[in-house]
Design a protein around this ligand. Structure first.
Ligand SMILES: [Zn+2]
Length: 292
């Protein structure tokens, strides 16, 4: 008597419909996996030049406390933000300096100041809003600097393997509070330089009554297409991964650090163009390759 076992059926179905089933089954198997989650308060990133403008010629940032991401720190320095509708005092400055001034606000903050803050990944300042930044020694008209950071998860390549996810893909993040909320379109960012942590802003945290202590978890079910990459990436683990696709005409192309490393290895230089967004870590990767 032929006994049809579940795994035989599964194997057959997988052969028929291919990766789709694999991905769905992978998500189901992985389920929700806990991830440490932190709330990012409003802050600014400055360039070397901006630091001098705000804090005086020759000024440098002074680290006050390390942040969870290696090399990142909260500074002693504070600034004031001024928009058409309001002023915000005592805004944190995060170091080290970057190649562009970036002001990260919650949407509530942006409304208070009367400035535009599109939802963007760090480093993507396309359509970013304008604000004045005031320091003890000067003022900066920071045009095209204001964003509301898109919720994201930092992880190492090792973490990415454990979670079965890939740099640039999006996942859901569930805040398991007494007012539970599941955020969609949460970007996974993978780098050797990262430490495992999901970052949300105060609007997202408050909406869920998340205080920083409640458990949070990600699931790769409902994954959306990942941002464009220069070349398809070999998938080590098919579950929960969407293959990289080249940018369609007119679409923005995001170059992450992982992409940059691959491009550097292939002897390519940093791509430029109106539709190309290179993250700060990716820029570093290109610059370091150049310096070698
Ligand atoms: Zn972050």
């Amino acid at each position: 008597m032929n006994e049809i076992r579940e795994q035989d059926i599964r194997a057959l179905v997988e052969r028929i419909v291919g990766l789709g089933v694999d991905a769905a089954a992978g998500c189901e198997k992985n389920g929700w996996m806990e991830v440490p989650t932190e709330i990012s308060a409003r802050h600014v990133h400055l360039t070397e030049q901006a630091v001098e403008t705000l804090f005086g010629p020759g000024a440098a940032l002074h680290p006050k406390r390390d942040l969870s991401q290696p090399g990142q720190f909260l500074c002693e320095e504070r600034v004031r933000l001024i928009g058409p509708k309001g002023v915000m005092e005592n805004i944190a400055v995060l170091g080290p300096v970057r190649s562009a001034v970036q002001v990260e606000l919650s949407l509530t903050d942006a409304r208070t100041l009367g400035v535009k803050a599109p939802i963007r990944q760090s480093g993507d300042l396309s359509g970013a809003g304008d604000v004045y930044i005031i320091g003890p020694c000067g003022m900066l008209n920071a045009t095209g600097s204001v964003i509301a950071a898109k919720a994201h998860v930092h992880m190492t390549p090792e973490n990415a393997k454990q979670y079965g996810v890939q740099d640039g893909q999006t996942v859901q993040l569930r805040l398991q509070t007494d007012r539970p909320i599941t955020l969609g379109d949460v970007v996974v960012r993978v780098s050797e330089k990262f430490a495992l942590a999901a970052h949300i802003d105060f609007d997202e945290a408050n909406a869920a009554h998340f205080t920083g202590k409640e458990p949070c978890a990600i699931c790769c079910a409902g994954v959306s297409a990942q941002p464009a990459a220069p070349a398809p990436v070999k998938q080590e683990k098919p579950s929960c991964q969407t293959p990289a696709v080249p940018a369609a005409n007119g679409k923005k192309q995001l170059i992450t650090e992982a992409e940059a490393v691959r491009m550097v290895a292939a002897g390519l230089s940093m791509p430029e163009g109106p539709n190309i967004i290179v993250t700060p870590l990716a820029k570093d990767a290109f610059l370091h390759a150049k310096a070698k």
